[in-house]
Design a protein around this ligand. Structure first.
Ligand SMILES: Cc1cc2nc3c(=O)[nH]c(=O)nc-3n(C[C@H](O)[C@H](O)[C@H](O)COP(=O)(O)OP(=O)(O)OC[C@H]3O[C@@H](n4cnc5c(N)ncnc54)[C@H](O)[C@@H]3O)c2cc1C
Length: 395
């Protein structure tokens, strides 16, 4: 039989990717989609416009109840879902707003993962159940004013003083910083780079909000200032020394972005489809013009290819784990192409494309941050280049 009889074509799933998902995976996706539609979608454009989430602590608790915080971690009150289920959740969260996915990524894949992977039993028991429930918010401080793509050049420093550690650090662009209860902060020590679990009410810690952002406005972004912060000996993450610590966490968060970016792209594609079907110029819907249809064909291809790549990486992560360069393949491609999809969708909406009445320009602006954080697109290109050629071109 040359044509399929198994189903009708569905613009919401043009390549039949749903057939590759288990019932459980579809249920997880549906639960997250329903939550976002009810609890976040009606408000998120206003949050973005005002640059603030009015009750972020309540939102965190709701996300905890939904089971998306530390979603793919086991034990200590964490949901213990698969990487693929976590990825599907990220896609739905970012179809609503990259800021929402960032809140969840930083909590689960950066702050909680660092404690889960490298922390002591005491640290895990103290923080993970509260963080999984959303009652405690975490942040992850790696980037500094003078150390972004090159974290090895960080200046933040911790020194031993008797049984204590004393931490002097400046961190920049830290998601969740001003609302966090706990910060995982990376600093140079005499032993190499170490991670510290810092309760944010420790004297000497402050987290001023970064204002004037034009991207990820529905997300808290902060500086971290640690002046002579005195911490007990057991505040250090005992399991790791060196850049391997923070890089292992970034790899987890980047994996979520591989999926999430496709959510922002899907939302923009469908917004443009609805719009083009209704907007009439020259006596017919703009969806009927060949140039518009060519845009839809290209956008659809990129969403299908990117989602398939995310699903492949999810299955591989669940089966064998991923190499960092495999995550780079997904992050570089999917964020770059999602941004292009959003830009194209914006053109289809004409002047309405620049209005927050539609989600497209919000997604587009958000993805400018996503392109830069968790490793810039250039850094991922260099990682892929190094893996392909065997030659490092970072410096
Ligand atoms: C909204 C937002 C939230 C963030 N949240 C966090 C967070 O929670 N925690 C955290 O630690 N950080 C966070 N970051 C910081 C983010 O990870 C950094 O911005 C990122 O790593 C890039 O660092 P940089 O901005 O200092 O740019 P730079 O490293 O200064 O890079 C500037 C440009 O130079 C290019 N470049 C640098 N080196 C090379 C090279 N060798 N070859 C070619 N090109 C090069 C880069 O690709 C980029 O295009 C966040 C950033 C944003 C925007």
């Amino acid at each position: 039989m040359s044509t399929s009889t198994r189903r009708a074509f569905d613009p919401a799933d043009p390549a039949g990717i749903d057939l590759l998902l288990s019932e459980q995976e579809r249920d997880v996706r549906e639960a997250v989609r329903t939550f976002c539609d009810r609890n976040v979608e009606p408000h998120v454009a206003t949050w973005f416009e005002n640059g603030t989430i009015p009750d972020i602590r309540e939102l965190a608790v709701e996300l905890g109840s939904l089971g998306v915080l530390g979603m793919h971690l086991d034990g200590y009150g964490c949901p213990g879902m698969t990487a693929t289920e976590y990825g599907l959740a990220c896609l739905e969260l970012e179809a609503t707003d990259s800021g929402l996915r960032s809140l969840v990524s930083v909590q689960g894949s950066l702050a909680m993962f660092a404690i889960h992977r490298w922390g002591s039993e005491e640290q895990k028991n103290q923080w993970l159940p509260e963080m999984a429930a959303g009652r405690a918010i975490g942040c992850f401080g790696l980037t500094e004013p003078d150390a972004g793509s090159d974290p090895a050049s960080m200046r933040s420093r911790a020194r031993r003083d008797g049984d204590d550690w004393v931490l002097d650090a400046r961190k920049m662009w830290i998601t969740n910083g001003s609302v966090a209860d706990v910060a995982v902060v990376w600093a140079q020590t005499d032993e190499g780079i170490r991670g510290f679990v810092v309760p944010t009410d420790t004297p000497g810690f402050s987290a001023p909000l970064i204002k004037h952002k034009m991207s990820l406005r529905a997300s808290v972004t902060s500086e971290l200032v640690l002046d002579g912060v005195r911490l007990p000996n057991d505040a250090v993450l005992p399991g790791v020394t060196g850049l391997k610590g923070p890089l292992s966490c970034l790899n987890e968060a980047r994996y979520g972005i591989v999926w999430g970016a496709m959510g922002a792209a899907r939302s923009s594609l469908h917004t443009a489809l609805d719009y083009a079907g209704q907007r009439t110029q020259f006596g017919k819907p703009i969806a009927g013009f060949q140039l518009t249809q060519s845009k839809f064909a290209d956008m659809t291809l990129e969403v299908v290819k990117g989602t398939l790549l995310a699903l492949h990486l999810g299955r591989a992560k669940d089966a064998t784990g991923l190499l960092p360069v495999e995550v780079s393949l997904g992050k570089l491609n999917n964020v770059r192409e999602a941004l292009e999809v959003c830009r194209t969708a914006r053109t289809i909406l004409g002047a309405n494309g620049i209005s927050l009445e539609y989600p497209v320009i919000r997604h587009m602006n958000n993805l400018e941050s996503v392109l830069t954080y968790e490793g810039t697109s250039e850094m991922h290109a260099l990682s892929i280049g190094q893996a392909m050629t065997g030659i490092a071109a970072f410096r």
